[in-house]
Design a protein around this ligand. Structure first.
Ligand SMILES: *Cc1c(COP(=O)(O)O)cnc(C)c1O
Length: 229
């Protein structure tokens, strides 16, 4: 078996164990295989081994790969999205993870309308309040959601976050917990057309903790493809 297939199986096993530790159904957790900077041949290997959702961070890079590989798998835009790339992104991706301002959300809505689509998005939350990270501040997230309610061609499916890196993954737990609590808070508001079903949190270094804390989408690159060059 190839290294990539091997790694994929091992990540899936670790997801399953983490879910069971938290008395969750492992089937609730979707694995996004993060393929940014990874070449088409290796991506194809991952797909043969069962990868069903690929995560990309840059529109232009993703476009080239998607043109070659096609839509036999789903493609998620996990990176920061610039306004001038929204039109392309709408046509390439099944979900956009990085809606973090009303301006960006309005642009996504407008372009989706023009393409005759409704696009799924996650609200990216800067849960650690680090100034270097993109994402909306936790305290402003509810206000953003309340404005997105009026945008007809955006379907908010949940929240996404990227906590700081820690040597000890256990240190990320409070951030994951905080995102889950924010999701529950938004759910209680009962906004129309807002579906708080997804929590995208957890990467190679900390996805087991994220699964224990309720992640429904984890994003894993390095643990499947190895260190990016
Ligand atoms: C690169 C990236 C990942 C994957 O990180 P790994 O540590 O390689 O698993 C996950 N999420 C986002 C937003 C990324 O940019």
């Amino acid at each position: 078996m190839s290294k990539i297939a091997d790694n994929l199986i091992s990540v899936k096993e670790r997801i399953e164990k983490a879910a069971l530790r938290a008395a969750r159904d492992p089937g609730e957790v979707k694995l996004v295989v993060v393929s940014k900077t990874i070449g088409v041949e290796e991506i194809r290997e991952a797909i043969s081994a069962g990868a069903a959702i690929l995560g990309e961070s840059y529109v232009q890079e993703a476009k080239e790969k998607i043109e070659e590989i096609g839509h036999q798998v789903r493609w998620h835009m996990i990176g920061h999205l610039q306004t001038n790339k929204v039109k392309q992104a709408i046509n390439l991706f099944d979900m956009i993870y990085s809606a973090d301002s009303i301006n960006l959300a309005e642009e996504i809505d407008k372009r989706a309308k023009q393409s005759g689509k409704t696009i799924s998005v996650l609200i990216q939350v800067n849960i650690s309040q680090e100034t270097t990270k993109s994402g909306i501040e936790r305290d402003s997230a509810i206000s953003l959601v309340s404005k997105i309610v009026n945008l007809t061609n955006i379907k908010v499916e949940g929240l996404m976050t990227m906590p700081p890196y820690f040597d000890d993954p256990e240190d990320t737990r409070p951030y994951f917990k905080s995102l889950r609590e924010l999701k529950e808070e938004i759910e209680r508001k009962g906004f129309e057309n807002i579906y708080m079903k997804e929590l995208s949190m957890g990467m190679s270094s900390d996805f087991e903790i994220a699964v224990e804390e309720g992640a429904t989408i984890i994003r894993v690159g390095t643990a499947i493809f190895g260190e990016r060059g």
